[in-house]
Ligand binder design. Sequence first.
Ligand code: PEP
Ligand code: MN
Length: 272
Amino acid sequence: MRSKARAGEHSVLTIGDAKLGGEHFALIAGPCTVESRDQTLATAQVVKDAGATLLRGGAYKPRTSPYAFHGLGEAGLRILAEAKAATGLPVVTELMDVRDLGAILEVADVIQIGARNMQNYSLLTEVGRTRRPVMIKRGLSSTIDELLMAAEYVLKEGNERVILCERGIRTFETAYRFTLDLAAVAVLKRLTHLPVVVDPSHAAGRRELVEPLALAAAAAGADGVMVEVHPAPDEAICDGPQALACEDLAALAARLEQVVAITGKRIATAVV
Ligand code: PEP
Ligand code: MN
């Protein structure tokens, strides 16, 4: 069977009032985890004020320890819906279990398939049967070919609105959380028409590395970056060390805009 990846083409997705791909660079920002209404609504306002494209935030969280906080679930989705209504920002949120698909579809403008589920083929097939944009994060130890095959599972079902996300891979290096593979961006852009975004937060694991990696991703031709932001990073329940403080997001957006410009793109704002 032939692959549905079209080399040499670049697709543009419409997500709510925003566009992603082509000349439209997406700044996706928000908390790792929806922890509370106040934390999420405050962050969403900062994300909007920074001119971001999409709001991120997890209601269902994949955690290494089964004893850790796994998200607010449906209550978290309701908070995301409120943040979306308040800001007009389209929402990206993770689906971990197909039993939650109905609830996620009520809120998500983009369904995130996390790195740990990149090869969950039944989950990929189910989101492929929807027509909602799907962001697939590269598995911790997955090859580019495996990422492309994960995308094929969604495309095969007729859902053409797929976004690929490079978020760092496991290597021998321990100086940061994962190794951000920016060559993957250049390679994926050649192999497929699908937009490619980069998550520097999970790759870095440390907030001081997020900006340089985000700028490098933009320079490498990424169609967007996704960063974690928190009003009080030191108090975050999950991924605090890599979260930007809310007051740092606007500065990142301004520097990003400059790098994005040299690649012939602009940060796409959802709210006109
Ligand atoms: C996330 O985006 O919060 C997340 C859990 O990412 P990943 O699946 O890349 O680890
Ligand atoms: Mn996280």
